[in-house]
Design a protein around this ligand. Sequence first.
Ligand code: 1GP
Length: 247
Amino acid sequence: MNNAIYNKLTARKNERKKSFVVLIDPDKTSTNHASILLERCEESLVDFIFVGGSLVVTDHLDELVQHIKKTSNIPVILFPGSPSQITPFADALLYLSLISGRNPELLIGQHVISAPTVKKSGLEVISTGYMVIDGGAPTTVSYISNANPIPSDKNEIAICTAMAGEMLGMKLIYMDAGSGAKTPITETMIEAVSTHITIPLIIGGGITDPEKAYRNCQAGADIIVVGNAIEKDSSLIKEISAAIHSL
Ligand code: 1GP
């Protein structure tokens, strides 16, 4: 299998470079709006685009990803909320296992069902330990996953979960407070987890300003994901990207 995207992610971590990901939710983004976002992403040197959402109800994923690939050179990685959100037109797929939850369907069940489709897609598959952290309000991901998030002040649980994910062979850890979280993940939790794993650490959920993104990176995040805030104000792409890349 081609590992180009993962190699790029780890190379950046090894060079102590922080990465910025803009999350595009197909439900909230028309191809026209995507074009505007992509122009800003290109000029702001965004490192990767994630495409996905906990609940995608529109059916233009293939079209949207093809449009992104045609319009921009930024690598596109799928961040699927369900096996229906897989398209062969992206560069890679986060193969997410919800290791913070105890819902067997999201730990392994859905993977078994979708394995042949994923294999056939030819996508680069990146095994990812996905950890939902309490973001202060029920988010779509916590409702859909039917699994309790890790309490925001239980750093030990987060550390042990991430360590277990790494030792199980996962290649990334993604800690997510959920889209639009009221309370993003604390720097103390990010620092605690990052010092116990060697694989890249992705942080997302409720990040709305450059200062928070910067502090998260200082605390040990390797990759910052922002979705909601950028949907509301695309000028933030430039500011957040500059903050992340200034480290
Ligand atoms: C959600 O981590 C992502 O899964 C991004 O969250 O939309 O709140 O930026 P926001």
